[in-house]
Design a protein around this ligand. Structure first.
Ligand code: PDD
Length: 277
């Protein structure tokens, strides 16, 4: 595998990360995961725009342009001959002695990236997945795609131990999002999802699915709903770059709808698949 670090493409052996990297000490950085279909980056501009927005929200100046980072991602896809997979890219605030406040001006952010094979989750797309609700103990800036993922990691592990594919974050009784995905409920033909506030990540897949709803004439509403309401949905869906449009067939052991992927979920899956490169 060829990696990108600090302006260079290199084999894994050539990757040198400083022990003083602030990503390592503090999770002080931001990241993106971009899917590759047929050797082509999918929604790369949207991901790069969000990367720069996340960076700006933590006052981190990325020493590249969006276009340059897309070109690096494309180069990684080519060098590693990725057909179906993803690019991981992160930017940290750089390496310097461990002091919490930002380093003085001569410390450059560190950009690392790689491309890796990753097939589409066809079994999950067809059969659906089980989920578990977890108390949302994260901070109040979940709109930032930050490297600080301890709350997400703890939640995913809790779901994993319960043999569930995903954890659903619940804050004050309201369904927020998954530990690494966004959540949608379908009731009476209307698709509901949490508004894109500071309490969730505004997923790129979430935005694509909302657009597909509009295209298909399916009513979609950004509206809060409770866990109790989630149990009563006709269909439930989780979305992410890697999960695409995955049916959720149970929450906390309670079957959703018929316990199989529903008609609106399948329509959205089909429309999603159609617009891929
Ligand atoms: N996770 N919410 C959270 C907390 C996420 O971490 C993600 C993505 C999403 C979905 O966003 P998108 O549709 O843009 O992928 C929502 C990535 C895939 C990850 O951390 O692996």
């Amino acid at each position: 595998t060829i990696y990108f670090i600090d302006g260079q493409f290199t084999e894994k052996d050539g990757v040198k990360i400083s022990i003083d990297d602030r990503g390592y000490y503090f999770g002080d950085g931001v990241y993106e995961v971009i899917k590759v279909y047929n050797g082509e980056l999918y929604t790369a501009e949207e991901h790069m725009t969000r990367l720069f927005q996340s960076a700006s929200k933590i006052k981190l100046a990325i020493p590249h342009t969006e276009r340059q980072l897309i070109e690096i991602a494309e180069e990684l896809v080519k060098k590693n001959e990725i057909d179906t997979g993803h690019v991981y890219m992160q930017v940290t605030r750089g390496a310097t002695q461990r002091l919490h406040h930002f380093p003085e001006t001569n410390v450059s952010p560190v950009v690392t990236a790689y491309a890796i094979l990753n097939p589409r989750p066809l079994t999950n797309l067809k059969d659906g997945v089980a989920t578990k609700t977890v108390d949302d103990i994260r901070w109040l800036r979940c709109d930032i795609k930050s490297l600080n993922l301890l709350g997400n990691v703890m939640a995913k592990q809790e779901a994993h131990e319960a043999e569930c594919a995903e954890a659903i974050f619940v804050r004050d009784g309201i369904v927020m999002e998954g530990s690494s995905s966004n959540m949608f409920g379908v009731k009476g033909g209307v698709v509901y999802t949490h508004p894109a506030t500071n309490l969730i990540l505004n997923g790129i897949t979430r935005r694509v699915v909302m657009q597909l709803c509009a295209d298909l004439g399916i009513q979609v509403e950004e509206k809060e709903f409770t866990t109790e309401e989630a149990f009563e949905m006709d269909e439930f869906i989780m979305t992410s770059t890697t999960a695409e449009v995955t049916p959720v067939i149970s929450i906390d052991g309670k079957q959703i709808g018929s316990g199989a992927p529903g008609p609106i979920t399948m329509k959205l899956q089909e429309a999603f698949a159609k617009q891929l490169p």
